[in-house]
Ligand binder design. Structure first.
Ligand SMILES: [Fe+2]
Length: 172
């Protein structure tokens, strides 16, 4: 279950799903919660995971013109995990929407719009970060994310770093 943190409003936390949805939708960010069509285990492969969410994933991909989907799985034993964390942790934008569905684990998206707020995403949470939105993502403290990603282009995840250093004020 997601937690919205209004970092510029004294770290006010919002946990009610419809309140979170409204806050994000007002800012152009799609947020949903999906359920698997069959029980999953931690050992399931990419195909099994994609199949379990295909009733949600396929219509979404079709509607928004996505070509490919995969499952990213990073955890404490992943080589160079801290370097991977740093890659996501500097403020950046993308030229296509960044779509993630959290199958397991968790991670925190930070958004830099008029104000800065974050969304801790956990199992069952779906988010689409619009192209051009300034944001960053933190794997810490859990360092475990299993998430479905979808892409419109062959290049996959490409970041344009803003070099603003904005994230430094907010990283724990
Ligand atoms: Fe990103």
């Amino acid at each position: 279950m997601a937690i919205l943190n209004l970092l510029d409003q004294g770290n006010k936390k919002v946990t009610n799903v419809s309140d979170i949805k409204n806050f994000l939708n007002e800012r152009g960010i799609i947020f949903e919660q999906w359920e698997a069509s069959k029980p999953l285990s931690i050992h399931d492969d990419q195909e099994t995971i994609l199949e379990a969410f295909s009733h949600e994933l396929k219509p979404y991909m079709h509607k928004h013109g996505y070509l490919s989907a995969d499952v990213i799985n990073v955890h404490k034993e992943t080589p160079n995990i801290e370097a991977i964390r740093m890659k996501f942790l500097a403020e950046h934008t993308h030229s296509e929407d960044e779509v993630r569905f959290f199958v397991d684990g968790e991670g925190e998206f930070f958004f830099h719009l008029d104000e800065v707020f974050s969304l801790l995403c956990q199992k069952g949470d779906f988010i689409s970060v619009p192209k051009g939105y300034k944001h960053w993502f933190d794997l810490a403290p859990t360092y475990f994310v299993k998430a479905i990603r979808v892409f419109q282009t062959k290049e996959g995840w490409v970041a344009e770093y803003t070099e603003s250093g904005k994230e430094k004020k907010y990283i724990k």
